[in-house]
Every structure is written in structure tokens, then in C-alpha cells.
Design a protein around this ligand. Structure first.
Ligand SMILES: NC(=O)c1ccc[n+]([C@@H]2O[C@H](COP(=O)([O-])OP(=O)(O)OC[C@H]3O[C@@H](n4cnc5c(N)ncnc54)[C@H](O)[C@@H]3O)[C@@H](O)[C@H]2O)c1
Length: 383
């Protein structure tokens, strides 16, 4: 089975490409980011994901190929699209152009798997596309549902939703059985809704608790104490989210897509964006009111703990706002190299005496062993 993974150097495409190649599929990654091809080909993943480096080495040894040449699509029985998508004009145009390039090169009767998150209605639009009809392309919408940091476990353990025509489902069942993943057949529209709704639900859940924190602050109440007491030994609130930043590469942008797709402007879900804006404004006020000097130690700026991903990171947004307001910040971010961001980063040991005020934007495991004696620590969320 020869497989092309378009956008295969990204967070979703690269782990999948490695896993398929390790399972003896013949994989060719096609990615427009030509600058990093050599480096990945030499075994260096462009981002951190547990077990990725080891699996990339194994996949390369087994013949994983990488190119920026779309013509290679015409050699493949299965083509998987994993490029970044969102409801922004630029990303939508990129997706449409990419689909045109892919469809020009697809072999007749080949299988096209959309793995990127797409707008509701995308599949039915593609199926009415003339080239798709002429070439009899078999389309499957198989959205990725893994969480970053769990790719190699969850690619196998999570059931794979497959939006496909019932009589063609077996083609996708066969594809995913290669990596041992259970598949569930639904309609295209159901698959599109499931992917978006799941992320919108999580965005709403994290935002709702922030809404309660915003309200309690308005009424002069200590929400940390309220939360602690309310959840103590109380089964109904056992799995409740904690207040904190809601960001990352998926939840906010998929919520925006959902709101747009289903015309939910100014309705409940859309209002959560405002909740999170107010949540951030409240944090800024708290810092201004409680930090007596203009020097601050800022720990963790990635969008979640144990990640090196800055996409959609509200902690990073807070850092940039504080810098632009005139604060002198000592950033400690063990997961990001010095070259990756323009802000200077430090080791905690080297700067811990520079300020008594510490903000934990993103709580990496490493920070739990830091000495915060005599410090005022503002911990914003994530554990
Ligand atoms: N990151 C996650 O945890 C996650 C989880 C579930 C679903 N998703 C979805 O998966 C998709 C991919 O996300 P990601 O985080 O892997 O994005 P990413 O930005 O990490 O990777 C996208 C890759 O596509 C390449 N690319 C972009 N346009 C291209 C084009 N026109 N031709 C060829 N290559 C192109 C980029 O160079 C990049 O390597 C998105 O739709 C996202 O919503 C992501």
C-alpha cells in the first residue's frame, strides 16, 4: 500500500507517517515546508512529541520518503491530507488550493483521506467537484482526535471516526487496521459535526469555569477557596475543569469555525470568547495590583505543560502584553530553544533572585521542584 501524507511534516502528519511506515506501508510525505525536509530526513523532528524521534528514526530506516513535489501523489493508492486548517481567509484559501493540486495529481479510483479539521459541508462540496467525479475518487473524512503529547498512544487507542459512503467504508477500515485502530462509519456530515462539536464542547467547558471565576471576582469572592470547598469529596463535580487559560492550536479555532459554520454569532458559544478575554484582563489587573516592582519572573509560555507548542498560547500572549506595558520580565521556558522566540529566556537558578514576584503561565512538571521560598507566586492554571 503506497500512501502520500500531504502536510506530513506537521504535528498530525508526522507521527501518522512514521507509524504507517513502521507498519510497512510505503509512505511519502509531501510538505510545502521545503526548508526543514533535510533536517527531518536526518532524523530531527521539527517539534517535540514523546517517542517521535525514535519512531522517525525507525521509519527512515524502513524507507520513509519526504518531498515537496506534489506529482508524487500520482504514485499513491491512498492520499492523506493533514495540513493546518482554520476559518481564516488565508487557511481556507490554502486548503482550497491544496485540494486542487491534490486532485489534479490523484490516480483514478484512489482513496483521499481528509484528516485535517474541515468546515461543515466540505465533503459534500468536494464530492460535487468535477475532477473527483471524473476520477471516481473515494473520499473519507477521518478527523484526527489525538491530544498533543499523546499521539503515539491515541492514534491507536482512540476509535477512528470515518465519514464515508457505506459501501466504501471497507477501504478506510483496511487503511486504519494497518495501525490497529478501530473504525466507526458515519455520514460525512456526522463526522464533520463530531470533530467540531467535541472541540467546541471542551472549549466551552474550560471557558464556563472561567466565567464563574470572572463573576466571583466581580462580587469580591475568592474563587480558589470556593472551588476547593465545592469540589471536596463531592462526586457530582469530580471531573470539573479548573480555571485557566484556554488556548492551543485547536480549541479556539475550531470553536470559531463552528460558530461560523452554524451561524451562532452572539449566541452562547460565541460569548465564551468574551469570557476568556475578561479572564485575561482580570489576570493583568491582578498582576498590576499585586506586583510592587516592575520586575517579574515568568515561568512557562507554551500552550500547555510538557509541550513546546506556542500556537494559540494565552500564556505567551500575557507575556507579550506585560513586556509591551513596560515590565522587565525574566522568562523561564525549558521546552523552547533560545533561537525559537525573540524574548530572552533564562535558567531559574540564574535569575531567581531578580524578583520576588513569580507568574506560572504554564505549569511544566519541572517547576514543581523549584524553590519559591519568600516569593509571591501567581499560578494561572493547568494543575
Ligand atoms: N495539533 C493537534 O493536536 C491536532 C489535533 C487534532 C486535529 N488537528 C488538526 O490537524 C490539522 C493539522 O494540524 P497540525 O497541528 O498538524 O498543523 P501543523 O501546522 O503542525 O502542520 C501542518 C503541516 O502542513 C504543511 N502544509 C501547510 N499547507 C500546505 C500545503 N499547501 N501543501 C503542503 N503542505 C502544507 C505545513 O508545512 C505543516 O508541516 C489541523 O486541521 C488541525 O486542526 C490538530
Amino acid at each position: 500500500m503506497k500512501v502520500a501524507v500531504v502536510g506530513g511534516l506537521g504535528h498530525i502528519g508526522l507521527p501518522l507517517s512514521c507509524l504507517l511506515q513502521i507498519k510497512d506501508r510505503n509512505v511519502i510525505i509531501i510538505d510545502e515546508n521545503a526548508e526543514i525536509i533535510d533536517s527531518v530526513f536526518n532524523g530531527n523532528p521539527p517539534f517535540f512529541e514523546p517517542d517521535l524521534k525514535e519512531n522517525l528514526a525507525k521509519a527512515l530506516k524502513k524507507g520513509l520518503q519526504i518531498t515537496d513535489d506534489y506529482v508524487k501523489i500520482s504514485e499513491c493508492e491512498y492520499v492523506v491530507v493533514t495540513i493546518g486548517t482554520s476559518s481564516s481567509k488565508k487557511d481556507r484559501l490554502n486548503f482550497d488550493n491544496l485540494i486542487n493540486k491534490v486532485s489534479e495529481n490523484l490516480l483514478p479510483n484512489s482513496k483521499l483521506i481528509l484528516r485535517s479539521t474541515v468546515d461543515y459541508g466540505t465533503c459534500s462540496k468536494l464530492l460535487s467537484n468535477k475532477i473527483f467525479q471524473e476520477k471516481n475518487i473515494i473520499l473519507g473524512y477521518c478527523p484526527e482526535r489525538i491530544a498533543e503529547g499523546k499521539a503515539f498512544d491515541e492514534m491507536i487507542s482512540l476509535p477512528q471516526i470515518v465519514g464515508a459512503k457505506q459501501d466504501k467504508f471497507f477501504e478506510f477500515e483496511k487503511f486504519f487496521s494497518t495501525i490497529g485502530t478501530q473504525t466507526i462509519n458515519v455520514s460525512y456530515e456526522e463526522a464533520e459535526f463530531i470533530k467540531l462539536f467535541s472541540n467546541v464542547y471542551r472549549y466551552s467547558e474550560f471557558s464556563l469555569i472561567n466565567e464563574f471565576k470572572n463573576i466571583s471576582l466581580q462580587f469580591g469572592l475568592n474563587f480558589e477557596r470556593i472551588f476547593e470547598v465545592a469540589t471536596f469529596d463531592y462526586p457530582r463535580l469530580k471531573n470539573i475543569a479548573k480555571p485557566g487559560f484556554v488556548g492551543g492550536p485547536c480549541l479556539p479555532k475550531d470553536t470559531k469555525t463552528f460558530v461560523e459554520n452554524f451561524n451562532q454569532n452572539n449566541k452562547i458559544i460565541d460569548l465564551f470568547f468574551k469570557t476568556n478575554e475578561i479572564f485575561l484582563e482580570n489576570i493583568l489587573s491582578e498582576i498590576k495590583n499585586n506586583c510592587s516592582s516592575n520586575k517579574i519572573i515568568f515561568l512557562g509560555i507554551t500552550f500547555k505543560p510538557e509541550s513546546d507548542d506556542l500556537r494559540g498560547s494565552v500564556a505567551y500572549e500575557l507575556l507579550k502584553t506585560l513586556i509591551s506595558t513596560g515590565y522587565d520580565i525574566y522568562v523561564v521556558e525549558p521546552n523552547i530553544s533560545h533561537e525559537a522566540i525573540k524574548e530572552k529566556t533564562y535558567l531559574y537558578e540564574d535569575i531567581k533572585d531578580q524578583s520576588n514576584y513569580v507568574i506560572i503561565g504554564t505549569n511544566h512538571e519541572e517547576f514543581k521542584s523549584y524553590d519559591f521560598k519568600d516569593k509571591e507566586v501567581l499560578k494561572i492554571g493547568n494543575n
